[in-house]
Design a protein around this ligand. Structure first.
Ligand code: AHM
Ligand code: MG
Length: 331
């Protein structure tokens, strides 16, 4: 079969065959994410009908409560994983605390935990702009058979076994890595099947796009201000293009494909910025590094930060390697 016709399901099986002694748990986990993302994609595509059906979070004309989409996405991912008894714990940006999962027999024998932002950028739904799901998988460090602990989730990003995102855009795409390159799959909605569309994704070393919320400019540290000024400098060459969707997955996905830098720096009012280390920064940093790029907090490689709390925030600068190097030279 030619490569362009490989489905995500086939790809997952093939990956497992490369490791004949694997238990297949990670494959089953990826298959669950594949299923959940198709369900969420279908719902996101109906979002434009909310004026007819009743806005998410409000009552519809039948007097039924419409579930908010980010809550819906959270429930779908959690339920899919619980039903298939694949992970021993889940932490979500939507939940204050992590969830412990036991099998039907009450055992906690599964070895992976999943962390996720089930619907990032959900405020963009109302204006028909791309949103995404971000996920991150770790091997538990507590003993198999015991309930998971917070320490299972507070691991450095370098320990990730897999990471990825789903972008619900003009097409739905699932992009993921298991630490051996990055592959992207596009959903054919007529078949409900993801096909390998972007094998071995690489981000170029140089890029011409910078993505940052310049509304916060006055609150950036001087080095970030100077780097933004460098990006706009047209005296020696064409200035870089500014592109900021305000939907993290979409901004990062574009920069991976086109070359660029994404920045969410600290500000005077929010010194650690806005984005969460465990649900957003670590998985995207793994993807970017696996694609040949770089991700830093400005002082440290994102993947080497020791997490201290589930909802911890960190500044992030990520994308094309030479652009991130240049940014660092200003800090
Ligand atoms: P959310 O997790 O509450 O959806 O917020 C995260 C989003 C990202 O998708 C995006 O990059 C960022 O917030 C935009 O923030 P801002 O509007 O401050 O630029
Ligand atoms: Mg988010």
């Amino acid at each position: 079969m030619e490569e362009r016709f490989i489905t995500l399901g086939e790809f997952i099986i093939k990956k497992q065959e490369d490791f004949p002694y694997s238990s297949g748990e990670l494959s089953r986990l990826m298959n669950s994410i594949r299923l959940a993302s198709k369900i969420v994609a279908q719902k996101v595509n109906q979002a434009g009908l909310v004026d007819i059906n009743g806005a998410f979070g409000s009552e519809n004309i039948q007097g039924e409560q419409q579930q908010k989409l980010d809550v819906f996405a959270n429930d779908v991912f959690i339920q899919t994983l619980i039903n298939r008894e694949i992970v021993c714990g889940i932490a979500s940006e939507e939940n204050d605390d992590f969830i412990t999962i036991c099998g039907a027999d009450g055992n906690n024998n599964n070895k992976y935990v999943l962390l996720m932002d089930p619907l990032d950028g959900s405020s963009n739904i109302d204006v028909n702009v791309s949103v995404g799901t971000i996920f991150s998988v770790y091997r538990r460090i507590s003993d198999s058979g015991t309930p998971v602990t917070q320490a299972d989730f507070l691991q450095k990003g370098i320990n990730q076994v897999a990471a990825g995102y789903v972008i619900y855009g003009s097409s739905t795409m699932l992009v993921y890595t298991t630490g051996n390159g990055v592959n992207g799959f596009t959903l054919d909605p007529s078949l409900g099947t993801f096909f390998l569309s972007h094998p071995d994704m690489k981000i170029s070393e140089d890029g011409a796009i910078f993505s940052v919320n310049e509304g916060n400019f006055n609150q950036f540290e001087q080095g970030v201000k100077d780097y933004v000024a460098f990006c706009k400098d047209d005296t020696s060459k064409k200035p870089y293009s500014s592109r900021y969707i305000g939907s993290l997955v979409a901004d990062v996905h574009r920069n991976i494909l086109k070359g660029g830098i994404y920045m969410y720096p600290g500000t005077t009012s929010k010194p650690n910025g806005k984005l969460r280390l465990l649900y957003e920064c670590n998985p995207l940093a793994m993807i970017i590094e696996q694609a040949g790029g770089k991700a830093t907090s400005g002082t440290q490689r994102i993947l080497e930060i020791e997490p201290t709390e589930l909802h911890q925030r960190v500044p992030i600068f990520c994308g094309s390697k030479n652009m991130v190097d240049k940014l660092e030279s200003y800090l």
